[in-house]
Each structure stands twice: as structure tokens, then as C-alpha cells.
Design a protein around this ligand. Structure first.
Ligand code: ASP
Ligand code: MG
Length: 419
């Protein structure tokens, strides 16, 4: 008998029919004699609707703003509904099941409302409950602060609830059910050559999640890596009695046929700001990026280059499109204090990343990337790298062309893999 955590995302619990379908997946594990925890998201669209309501009532200006406490009280309710519904459906099928809210476990978090971090989840009472044969249906995404206020873990946070629970109760498996049948080598909407990956390392998945592949919340992958939780991503749209294999996210050592590059990941919701002729003296960059950090704007791909004006530099950086207007406003208000001549903004940019642990030991991955883009006349605006990732910023118009060409160049196309 194993302990299993099964997590179902918003599209998997979108309505009562879909929830009944989830019950079929759950029954199969229970009937096999396993102890089961199910973590559910809100019905798809519900969290967005709740966020919109909360914002209409009175926008929360910054993450630590007191109003975010109520934001969390509001947006956490979506998961409360689905946990109760699934428990009812299972009870009506003759199973022992009950819902658990974050405060009942409790999922203890810090007080950063809207993006709280889990500090601890005790093994009990949940462990004994499931080992007695009762199915635990846990509301994902939510926790409780030491002030006994409801917190939420950031958008997509139910993944993190699932992984944290799997670590807390020493689960044998943590299965993340979603609307795709695994992690792909690239976005299948961009090229039909995209393939499902059988196994991918934590590190690669972490890079993929952080550059914008939306399969898993980044934090959940970090946790899985830290606590060695074996994750599997699979589809709740497959038949419940014969789900596909999905993608296993595990240690690099467990992957026999490691590719040099495992994935080409595009991110379209990127935007770029360039500040021209910033006075070139200590403290200017600190000023700019402190201003943005204080406003909770996450900055990526920073490039500084000499300006034509002597004693000045150009600084350009990227952020998500959603943060662009706020960043422009802040920087415009502080123009004098920062000391630059012109602000240019551009939301027609895309970040294309190639990711693979094989890069650590193979030379030439970057040069191939630049060569392929050059041959197609695609200009590179910014570059950033990590040990296992190279990202370039390009005109978004060329996204598909770049992705297809790179996917082929690194041997990821279907035809190649079959050979
Ligand atoms: N319902 C939350 C969201 O939409 C959490 C989740 O689905 O993981 O972000
Ligand atoms: Mg999700």
C-alpha cells in the first residue's frame, strides 16, 4: 500500500461532469488499496473571476498591503468549493471522503499575502486519516498565517500545495493531472513536431517553469527538487482506466538517454524597456532596479552597453507584459532622480529559451542557436544564460520561425527521435 498525492487543475474540475470524471481516477487508486490525498484547484476561470471581484471592491496596491489579507480570503474560496464537491461526489459513490481546508491541516505559511510561502505542514492528522481508508480532498493554493489569517500561494499555487503535502506525508508518488498529457519539447501549438518528454530532470523543469512554460508553478518544482518528490504530469482527459504515461520529473541520474537540449521554450508575454543615456556612475542601476523591486516587478535579461553620449550608458531589461505599464510609470516619475534621457518600451518581443542539462558538458549549444537565428535573419536583442539554459530576446513576429528552426536543429523533431 502506497501513499499517493493526486492533484487536479482547474480544467480537470471545470464542472460537475469533470469532477465526476476526477472521481473515477481517484477510485482507481483507492480500489488498488492506496492511501490517497487529492489536491484540487478552483474550477477553471473561478480564480480569475474572484480576483476581478476583489479588485473591483478595492485594488490592493502592493503585495504586503493590508488589503491583500482580504484578497486571500476571497480568492481562496474557489478551492473550498471544489474540495467539498469532490468529497460529496465520492461519498455518493459509497467512499469515505472528506474535504480539508488549508487551516485544518494546517498548511502553515508566512504572512506574504497573495504569494505566501509554506513553512510547514504536519504529517498528522492527515496521515492517519488517509491510512484509515478515508480519502482526503485538500483545497489547494491556500494556507494559514501565524495570525490565523487565510493566505494564498500565488497563481498556480495548487501545484505547490500538492508537492508540499507529498513531502510532508512521505508520499510514494505525486501525480499532477492537467489538460495536457505531459511536458513537451516545445509548445505543440507552434509545431506539430513537438514531442512529449518521458523523463525530465528537476533542474530542466525548473528552468522551463521559470521561463514561462505554464505546466507547473515554479515553486512546486523547487520544492520537489529539494525534497526529492517524484512528480508525474499527466492528463485527466485520458480514459480513467488507462491514463497515459505522462512525464516523470526526477533526478538527472535517473535519465538514461539524456539529450543535450531537452526543450525549446517560447515566452510571448515579455516586454522590454530601454533607458538611454543613463549617467554612468555608481548607484544608477541600483536606483532603477530597487525602484522596480519595491514595486514587486520582476526584472529579467538586463543588458548595459555604452551610450553614444560620453559618460553615459544604455540599460535595457525585460519584464512580463503585465508589468510594463507600471514600470514605465514608475521610471517616468523618477526620470530626474535616475538621470536618463529617453525611455523606450517595446511589448513586441519574445524570449526563446533552449534548455538542457547536457549543456554543462557540451560546447557549441549557444553558437548553434545564434547561427540558426542568423541564417533566418532574426536579430537577437538581449541574451541571458544559466548553466543549463540560453535565452534570447527577439522580435515576437519571428517566434514561430525561431522555435521551429531551433527545435529541428537540436534534434528534437519527431522524425529524428523515431530514428
Ligand atoms: N486556482 C488558483 C489559480 O488559478 C491556484 C491553482 O489553480 O493552482 O491560480
Ligand atoms: Mg496550473
Amino acid at each position: 500500500m502506497a501513499r499517493i498525492v493526486m492533484k487536479f487543475g482547474g480544467t480537470s474540475v471545470a464542472d460537475l461532469d469533470r469532477i465526476r470524471n476526477v472521481a473515477r481516477f481517484v477510485r482507481r487508486e483507492v480500489d488498488d488499496g492506496h492511501s490517497v490525498i487529492v489536491v484540487v484547484s478552483a474550477m477553471s476561470g473561478q480564480t480569475n473571476a474572484l480576483v476581478a471581484l476583489a479588485e473591483e471592491a478595492g485594488p490592493a496596491a502592493a503585495a504586503l498591503d493590508a488589503r491583500y489579507v482580504e484578497y486571500d480570503a476571497i480568492v481562496s474560496t474557489g478551492e473550498q468549493v471544489t474540495s467539498g464537491l469532490l468529497a460529496l461526489v465520492l461519498q455518493n459513490l459509497g467512499y469515505r471522503a472528506r474535504s480539508w481546508q488549508g487551516w485544518q491541516l494546517p498548511t502553515e505559511t508566512d504572512q506574504r499575502h497573495g504569494r505566501a510561502r509554506i513553512l510547514r505542514i504536519p504529517e498528522e492528522p492527515l496521515g492517519s486519516a488517509i491510512d484509515s481508508g478515508e480519502i482526503a480532498i485538500v483545497a489547494g493554493f491556500q494556507g494559514v498565517s501565524e495570525n490565523s489569517r487565510i493566505t494564498t500561494l500565488g497563481r498556480g499555487g495548487s501545484d505547490t500545495t500538492a508537492v508540499a503535502l507529498a513531502a510532508a506525508i512521505h508520499a510514494d508518488r505525486c501525480d499532477i493531472y492537467t489538460d495536457v498529457d505531459g511536458v513537451y519539447t516545445t509548445d505543440p501549438r507552434i509545431t506539430k513536431q513537438a514531442r512529449r518528454i518521458d523523463r525530465i530532470s528537476y533542474e530542466e523543469m525548473l528552468e522551463m517553469a521559470s521561463v514561462g512554460a505554464k505546466v507547473l508553478q515554479t515553486r512546486s518544482v523547487e520544492l520537489a527538487m529539494a525534497y526529492n518528490v517524484r512528480l508525474r504530469v499527466l492528463s485527466s482527459f485520458d480514459p480513467p482506466d488507462a491514463p497515459g504515461q505522462g512525464t516523470i520529473i526526477c533526478d538527472e541520474e535517473e535519465i538514461v538517454e539524456q539529450q543535450i537540449v531537452s526543450a525549446v521554450t517560447p515566452a510571448l508575454d515579455e516586454a522590454k524597456i530601454s533607458l538611454l543615456a543613463v549617467r554612468d556612475e555608481p548607484g544608477r542601476a541600483a536606483k532603477i532596479f530597487t525602484l522596480l523591486a519595491d514595486a514587486n516587478i520582476n526584472v529579467d535579461m538586463i543588458v548595459q552597453s555604452p551610450s553614444r553620449d560620453p559618460g553615459a550608458a544604455n540599460i535595457s531589461f525585460t519584464m512580463t507584459e503585465a508589468d510594463l505599464d507600471r514600470a514605465v510609470e514608475l521610471l517616468t516619475v523618477q526620470k530626474e532622480a535616475i538621470g536618463y534621457s529617453t525611455l523606450q518600451k517595446d511589448h513586441n518581443v519574445a524570449k526563446i529559451s533552449v534548455i538542457g542539462v547536457g549543456m554543462k558538458s557540451h560546447a557549441g549549444v549557444a553558437s548553434t542557436m545564434f547561427q540558426i537565428l542568423a541564417e533566418r535573419g532574426i536579430n537577437i536583442q538581449n541574451i541571458s544564460t544559466s548553466e543549463i539554459k540560453i535565452s534570447v530576446l527577439i522580435d515576437s513576429e519571428y517566434t514561430e520561425l525561431a522555435v521551429r528552426a531551433l527545435h529541428q536543429a537540436y534534434g528534437l523533431d519527431k522524425a529524428n527521435s523515431a530514428a
